[in-house]
Design a binder for this molecule. Sequence first.
Ligand code: WTA
Length: 659
Amino acid sequence: MSDGDGELEARLVEQEEFEPSDEFVEQANVSDPAIYDEFEENWPHSWERAAEMLDWFEDYDSVLDDSEGPFYEWFQGGKLNASYNCVDRHVENGDKNRVAIKWEGEHGETRTYTYQDLYREVNEFSAALLDLGVEEDDVVTLYMPMVPELPIAMLACARIGAPHSVVFAGFSADALATRMNSADSRFLVTCDGYYRRGDALDHLEKANEGLSGVDHGVDAAVVVDRLGDDGFGHDLKGNQHDWDDLMADHDGARVDPVERDAEDMLFLMYTSGTTGEPKGVKHTTGGYLAYTSWTSHAVLDLKPEDTYWCSADIGWITGHSYIVYGPLALGTTTVMYEGTPDFPERDRLWEIVEKYAVDVFYTAPTAIRAFMKWGSEFPERRDLSSLRLLGTVGEPINPRAWKWYYQHIGDESCPVVDTWWQTETGGMMVTTLPGIGKMKPGSAGPPLPGIDARIVDTAGEEVEAGRAGYLTVNKPWPGMLRTLYNNDDRFVSEYWQEYSDPAADEWVYFPEDGAKIDDDGYITILGRVDDVLNVSGHRLGTMEIESAIVGVEGVAEAAVVGGDHEVKGEAVYAYVILEDGYEETAEMRERIIEGVEDAIGPIARPEQVIFTPELPKTRSGKIMRRLLEEIANGEELGDTTTLRNPDIVTEIQTKVQGD
Ligand code: WTA
């Protein structure tokens, strides 16, 4: 622990509440606490405030149509285009020379796109997509790393009304194929590769392998040349096109943004659930864009003249909502960084903050825990005084990490917003408003204005302050998912079953998170209550990992649980039973790890593979995951008397401790 941390221990450790500075409050986009009452009294019309942040080709007729709950519709009858709102209108309003995207590659090369540049490139790529045969409502899959062509492709899709489905570049070929098959997607935009810790990675090989697993065939693929001479020498196949050639062919092309209905799909985003099949979360044009614009304004406090940086990957919802759509709709400058935070050195992110004089920075607790571990000397090397506001998202942040972030990155002068939300919610739901609320480290804060979040027990009754319960959302909101792609039944059963009363037409959204609330109405998130792990802020279904392991030759059965991890938050622990005749060797362990990487990607790589002759099961044959978690965490074991095979527990424990 460095001296800075020692000092922190002494001074801030007892402090439980923090107030934003007067200086921050004075300049904040939202600083009048009356906003909470205004939203409540005027709900749902209060949401017009969000819709008014957008330019509509045609006004909407109603704010909310709740006649078919939980299939709510927002801003019905309105027509708009997301690409127009994120690009054209800023050019038309005299801001064409403002920087839209500042991109930095891992080796330090930079690219700057003004709104005019973005306008030109988005138009040209829209024209290229149309020429390739993409029609309105066709799903275009974008399997791309953090290159500027990714947001350009997203906005081009939005321009022509083709929903995009971005697949995180770290996912495997199989994961790509599964998502393209599920979305009936016949078009792909991908990239030859990218850099990670100085090395060029071959991405196109994975993309090609994924494409060969697409059942319905693929009409066209576009390949961005990121690596140049460092590339891997792949020849483009018959239906594959080079991005630069296409852009040259469509030089100067203009494509009118199509008028999309507010409820038309803007994009699909696949996320993990409790079954082995990822869920295609559907977001729409009007509600999503209004919601991300509003929350970028109210929570991230973004102003058009800001330089803003969210260090997430665009392959996840955080990047969609808060690198691309929200910030660009507001006409802000958004920063994109290709690489890792520790390349070439552990001060890389702070170097970028200094270089671009970043005003607002948004990251994840897993990153903050890594920064803490590396020590405060790295941020101390850089001038971070441009920062005005900090944010976190993705998993619970423990008070110590919160305070470290507040002190060492924010110099005790930037408010920290701890934002709870999900792929499904489209945008932030529970957080303080930085210009209004006091902050309590570890607690996300109250629900945002207009969001009716409550903590309930299993019967759906609100729990007392301080008691653990389940987080629910009792009113719809514009950014909500509309359904799961091609699967309305699963949409209802996944999210609206637990606490709703369909007969009374009362619909309650259940995000499957545990939480508690205090006397001030501040909500502390306790974590997932379903079989979904949160590894480095990424959602992974235990079933998905288990089925990957069971797919490995020689494996009979597998159970996956999350074990505590200092940096990742949770790590994957895999308990594996082998078939007779297979040996518990290092090679077998390697094959299991590879199996998981092939099916999902390196993010799901098991931290530990523990071979066991049996799994602890109840008399009815259910695996006792709680015990497996306790073993992973080296905790004292709870009740084992209901087990059919109690002896196995000590046997497994010995193995884990031995590893
Ligand atoms: C967790 C990421 C505590 C939560 C935007 C949720 C959080 C899941 C927070 C969604 C937070 C997200 N505090 N937990 N501030 N933010 N989570 O879909 O369990 O990748 O259900 O969306 O992350 O993960 P997803």
